[in-house]
Write a protein that binds this ligand. Structure first.
Ligand SMILES: NC(=O)c1ccc[n+]([C@@H]2O[C@H](COP(=O)([O-])OP(=O)(O)OC[C@H]3O[C@@H](n4cnc5c(N)ncnc54)[C@H](O)[C@@H]3O)[C@@H](O)[C@H]2O)c1
Length: 439
């Protein structure tokens, strides 16, 4: 039974181009994985769009189609890749250097990966201090650079005969910046591009280029990028879906799984100490305190929003929440994240929880890039413009409408995502009330 007609959604016919500013560990693991799935080498583990199902109607109806059969998504065979990087390595060389994938996968995918080479980047050393870029665009103004990005996109669209495009930022984390006057209106921002305003970061230039062209933009890093009034307004005006920030993987994923459980049982939390060692390029960039600050803000916000200390001052009013990231080259992309959680229960008795997550950062992030690209493309075809809060599931620091606090609880986020899909298709939303089974 459905509650209505749902929304008109344009079909996913033709090819979808996925644009990746930043072709490092995450982006190349994503490209390699999609090609490995297309070749039948592996299964799409970790991807809601490829592997997930969605329950429809009452439990007695036993309707649980695959998500990809329920909403019209681009098919993997129709995807083309392109991107930018401040190093000229093609996706094979970059993947090899990133050290995520085993030799057997690299060897099998080499011919395909070698076909994807980055365009020169829009880069500014002031925003990523640890990288010595060698493959960068030059231009008199930041507006010239934005136009060069748009020209790259246009050439890709023509060369591959693409029907649609999406952009997912997979570039390094930029230094911490707050919005200033130049970020407040479209006019101020465009003037700032022409005047080379120092507060306009490279990631904002890519975001502007995409949004101006009506291309959906998702931000996988914590830097502002498209999270300020000028680009949010531009997205509404150009009918473009946008969202971010910062892929939710690893330690924060664990936090947003565990913290809602502790809160559900009303167990108190005195402290949550999180520390990581990782040795990939991301870790190296985050060694710079200004880039780390951007990441820290993104990681720290999660607990407050989930535990709501203002509603539960006795349980969560005095938490010591500490997050550390240590660059430790021997580990490469295989991050180790430790959490020590000091909790307390009935009559205030203390207890401890320890987590030691030996994860693979890019393996956790790659399926998120795929889902984001496909869902943002869906949003565009469903005429959903501006911030896509229903995709908070994928982000550490979800963008939301002004005045709203973000929803961090992974399970509420998943419900929001699936209910949005049901809403798009005119199916009843699932409330989990269930009283009707007992009438
Ligand atoms: N792997 C994860 O689990 C995870 C989770 C959340 C967020 N992230 C974020 O995703 C991003 C990518 O992570 P990664 O592990 O692939 O890092 P990486 O260092 O391997 O790749 C980033 C790439 O971006 C390039 N780059 C930097 N500035 C650029 C610019 N202005 N234009 C184009 N390219 C640029 C770098 O040369 C590098 O190749 C980082 O910001 C990271 O913080 C990763």
């Amino acid at each position: 039974m459905s509650s209505g007609k749902g929304r008109a959604i344009a079909p996913a016919t033709g090819k979808l181009g996925i644009l990746l500013p930043g072709m490092g560990a995450v982006a190349t693991t994503f490209i390699a994985g999609v090609e490995a799935i297309r070749s039948g080498l592996v299964k799409p583990v970790g991807s809601v769009t490829q592997t997930g199902t969605i329950r429809l109607g009452k439990r007695t109806e036993k309707r649980s189609p695959l998500v990809k059969d329920f909403v019209p998504l681009a098919e993997l065979k129709d995807i083309e890749f392109a991107g930018w990087d401040c190093f000229p390595d093609n996706a094979y060389v970059a993947a090899k250097k990133a050290g995520v994938l085993h030799y057997e996968h690299l060897a099998a995918l080499k011919p395909f990966l070698e076909t994807v080479s980055p365009w020169p980047a829009v880069f500014d050393q002031n925003y990523v201090k640890k990288l010595q870029a060698t493959h960068v665009k030059t231009g008199k103004t930041k507006m010239d650079l934005a136009e060069q990005v748009m020209a790259d996109i246009e050439s890709f669209r023509k060369a591959k005969n693409l029907a649609r495009l999406v952009m997912v930022w997979c570039g390094s984390t930029e230094v911490y910046k707050k919005e200033t006057a130049v970020h407040q209106t479209i006019e101020a921002f465009e003037q700032g591009l022409r005047d080379n305003d120092p507060d306009i970061a490279p990631s904002m230039i890519y975001a502007y280029a995409a949004i101006k062209m009506g291309i959906p933009y998702a931000n996988g890093a914590p830097n502002l990028s498209a999270d300020f009034p000028a680009l949010i307004d531009l997205a509404r005006k150009t009918g473009t879906p946008i969202g971010g920030k910062d892929f939710k993987t690893g330690q924060t994923l664990m936090k947003t799984i565990l913290a809602p459980g502790l809160k559900a049982r009303l167990l108190g939390v005195d402290g949550w100490f999180s520390t990581n060692i990782l040795g990939n390029r991301d870790g190296e960039v985050l060694e710079d305190p200004d880039s780390f600050k951007t990441k820290e803000v993104s990681k720290l916000s999660v607990l407050d929003e989930i535990l709501q200390p203002h509603l539960y001052p006795d349980l969560y009013g005095k938490i010591h929440h500490v997050v550390r990231i240590n660059y430790y080259p021997p580990r490469g992309d295989n991050k180790e994240g430790w959490d020590n959680i000091d909790i307390f229960g009935w009559m205030g008795y203390p207890m401890q929880i320890k987590i030691d997550f030996l994860c693979r950062d890019s393996i956790l992030a790659a399926p998120l890039v795929l889902d984001l690209a496909l869902f943002f493309d869906l949003a565009k075809r469903a005429q959903m413009s501006g911030i896509q809060e229903w995709l908070s599931f994928y982000f550490k620091s979800p963008q939301v409408a002004p005045g709203l606090y973000p929803e961090h609880d992974l399970f509420i986020q998943l419900m929001k995502l699936k209910n949005t899909l049901r809403h798009l298709r005119g199916e009843d939303l699932i409330t989990h009330l269930g009283l009707e089974y007992y009438d």
